[in-house]
Design a binder for this molecule. Sequence first.
Ligand SMILES: *[C@@H]1O[C@H](CO)[C@@H](O)[C@H](O)[C@H]1NC(C)=O
Ligand SMILES: *[C@@H]1O[C@H](CO)[C@@H](O)[C@H](O)[C@H]1NC(C)=O
Ligand SMILES: *[C@@H]1O[C@H](CO)[C@@H](O)[C@H](O)[C@H]1NC(C)=O
Ligand SMILES: *[C@@H]1O[C@H](CO)[C@@H](O)[C@H](O)[C@H]1NC(C)=O
Ligand SMILES: *[C@@H]1O[C@H](CO)[C@@H](O)[C@H](O)[C@H]1NC(C)=O
Ligand SMILES: *[C@@H]1O[C@H](CO)[C@@H](O)[C@H](O)[C@H]1NC(C)=O
Ligand SMILES: *[C@@H]1O[C@H](CO)[C@@H](O)[C@H](O)[C@H]1NC(C)=O
Ligand SMILES: *[C@@H]1O[C@H](CO)[C@@H](O)[C@H](O)[C@H]1NC(C)=O
Ligand SMILES: *[C@@H]1O[C@H](CO)[C@@H](O)[C@H](O)[C@H]1NC(C)=O
Ligand SMILES: *[C@@H]1O[C@H](CO)[C@@H](O)[C@H](O)[C@H]1NC(C)=O
Length: 245
Amino acid sequence: MKTIEVLYLGFLICAVVQVAHSEERLTSNDDINNTINALISSLPDPLDIAPFQFQLNNSIINGSFVSSGLNISGINQTVATYIDVHTAILVGSYNVTFNLKGIDFVLNYTTDVLLGNLLPFFGNGSIKARLDNLTINIYVENHLTKLRNIKVGFSVGEKTNFEIQGLMNNDYFSELINELLSTYISRGIDFLNTNKDTIGSVISSIIQSIVDSIQDNLTLDIDHENVEGFSRTKNIWQQQLHRLI
Ligand SMILES: *[C@@H]1O[C@H](CO)[C@@H](O)[C@H](O)[C@H]1NC(C)=O
Ligand SMILES: *[C@@H]1O[C@H](CO)[C@@H](O)[C@H](O)[C@H]1NC(C)=O
Ligand SMILES: *[C@@H]1O[C@H](CO)[C@@H](O)[C@H](O)[C@H]1NC(C)=O
Ligand SMILES: *[C@@H]1O[C@H](CO)[C@@H](O)[C@H](O)[C@H]1NC(C)=O
Ligand SMILES: *[C@@H]1O[C@H](CO)[C@@H](O)[C@H](O)[C@H]1NC(C)=O
Ligand SMILES: *[C@@H]1O[C@H](CO)[C@@H](O)[C@H](O)[C@H]1NC(C)=O
Ligand SMILES: *[C@@H]1O[C@H](CO)[C@@H](O)[C@H](O)[C@H]1NC(C)=O
Ligand SMILES: *[C@@H]1O[C@H](CO)[C@@H](O)[C@H](O)[C@H]1NC(C)=O
Ligand SMILES: *[C@@H]1O[C@H](CO)[C@@H](O)[C@H](O)[C@H]1NC(C)=O
Ligand SMILES: *[C@@H]1O[C@H](CO)[C@@H](O)[C@H](O)[C@H]1NC(C)=O
């Protein structure tokens, strides 16, 4: 799931990077918004992730996790709520805020692992997660052909939640874990929101370094109306992000 979020973030950044890199130097907010809307509506919804599984073999977690299907819905509802663009001959800047009402994850799983060589942990059921009111701000400066000073900020809403069913194949146990999780998640949301500047600056520098490493490979002649051009950029992102995580 982390991969998906990172890829999604990569997608949004691509959208802004593509707009910033487009040959015609889009200047009107409406043109930029239309380009962004076109890219977003090209995303499938729900995003249906093929079954996958992984096997862990170490003393902390030893066993398997099998997903029979993962659906992510809501990402095509991304809306650019704020667009601020400055174009100049040498340095331009793009500041775009995206908002999502919510992203829902539904995953059916089967797991059988041994934790710490001691605690058996098995189950068959589903995991539901919702990221509520996600706001992502992306700021990019365009210095001639190089992208500089990338800044990413975000916030998540209070209704973000996580629910897991089928743990130990026991409803009572699952409920117990969910209560525990909801406490940790609301603390997690507080943590994210109170530390968003720090976390944002870490994410920004990671992204800047990815962009630096792929700058030379970003084709500068991407036609903003050509979604294929976009998917080329997206593929580069995916490769880079996969290397990262
Ligand atoms: C798991 O690791 C142990 C010890 O490190 C090794 O003996 C065993 O063959 C491994 N099993 C699998 C399925 O990889
Ligand atoms: C993991 O479990 C398998 C079989 O249950 C065992 O053979 C292996 O040694 C375990 N691996 C570790 C690292 O404990
Ligand atoms: C996932 O589980 C739900 C309820 O347990 C079921 O209705 C649904 O068909 C399952 N989907 C897949 C892809 O297995
Ligand atoms: C995901 O969505 C597809 C089609 O919309 C559906 O067939 C599948 O059962 C869903 N999977 C889960 C895990 O809910
Ligand atoms: C997102 O996809 C869903 C399901 O395909 C569709 O009902 C909805 O209208 C789409 N929303 C937007 C904003 O494109
Ligand atoms: C961008 O377009 C969407 C969909 O038409 C609209 O809801 C949103 O307000 C627009 N954003 C800006 C900043 O104009
Ligand atoms: C981008 O715009 C937002 C909203 O107006 C603002 O809070 C933020 O400081 C701007 N970012 C930069 C780097 O100027
Ligand atoms: C998991 O549960 C589903 C229905 O709840 C069932 O169809 C499936 O066979 C179960 N899988 C395992 C490995 O027990
Ligand atoms: C969503 O988050 C944004 C930014 O934190 C906030 O301005 C807005 O009021 C929130 N919307 C809802 C429906 O909670
Ligand atoms: C950039 O492109 C060259 C040649 O096409 C390739 O060898 C290199 O690995 C690419 N660099 C990155 C960071 O993708």
